[in-house]
Design a binder for this molecule. Sequence first.
Ligand SMILES: [Zn+2]
Length: 358
Amino acid sequence: MSLKHQAKVLLREVYARALFHTGLWAVVDRCMPRRLTILAGHCVAPGASLVPGHLPADMQITEARLERILSWFQARFRLVTVGDGWRVLRSGEAERSLVALSMDDGYRDNARVMLPLLQRLGAPATVYLESRPLDERRVNWSHKYFWLCARVDFEDLARRYGAATRDPRASAAIAAALAKSSEDARYHVKRALKYDVDTEDRDRVIDGLFAEEGGDERGLCEELYMDWDEARALQAAGVELGGHTVNHVILSRCDGATAQREIEGGAARLRAELGCATPSFAYPWGRRWDFDAQSSALVQHSGFESAVTMHAGVNTPSTRPTELKRLAIADDAKLHLLATEACGGFELLRRVGINLSE
Ligand SMILES: [Zn+2]
């Protein structure tokens, strides 16, 4: 980490802690224009510790931490679903700043762990569902990859992948990654599998390795993803459900017909199973380069009023409805930083020319 970056992180901490602990955040909140802060997570681990070997740590938040975050915001802001929050913000009738909790993909713990928590607190949330795991009890490649990483020595796994692939780009990416330190190698291999390799070859190789290790796709899906009955139970309890495509594809890498099938197909399955249209959509992966103008247009054409990304930040009425920002929350989420974002504290600094945001 460069000295400049270290200084920025330190200033961020000092500023956010000062606002949070002195209560000045409330003054800032009243002075700044109304805004919608959307928190973004994946899995909720029961109790106070993460579930090892389940999903990567950055995709889990413990029930205890989530409860602390939600309780704090619930007492001071207005908790909303993404769809309602966006409507209220746009109408100009938000009497307080708005905070929405969103969870991506449709993991089973959202129904088994998060729902009881939401009910206990009386808090709303939005859950974005990838439809194929619910329909076919099959999982996208990344889950088989995470499953393998949790069981097989990483270098061994990378070498076996290299031996099985017929894609020269994959061979080159793995050889380059293995030349780096092990943590960097993990990051580079995952990134290469996501963006740089032939996806058919990747899926074939991962399926092969998953089978060699005795993986059971249906069992893994049952462990990870909710079913439609659980989705309906969430809906009945007031949780908003939203679209997240059929297969969790990178929409910017799809041709028009595929992107349309993914977005509209997922929306149609939600409508059929839930009996109503869903107002909000989340781009799979959600980084700036994971979607494009074509996917945004298709999202609007499919009837979604808003689409959320993984760009960090908060939303104002002038934010583009197809590019709503979110703040990722995992178990290392810091309440003072989230609160400083949500009260407009970092935006206030930006207005005077200081950018302390990540
Ligand atoms: Zn997702």
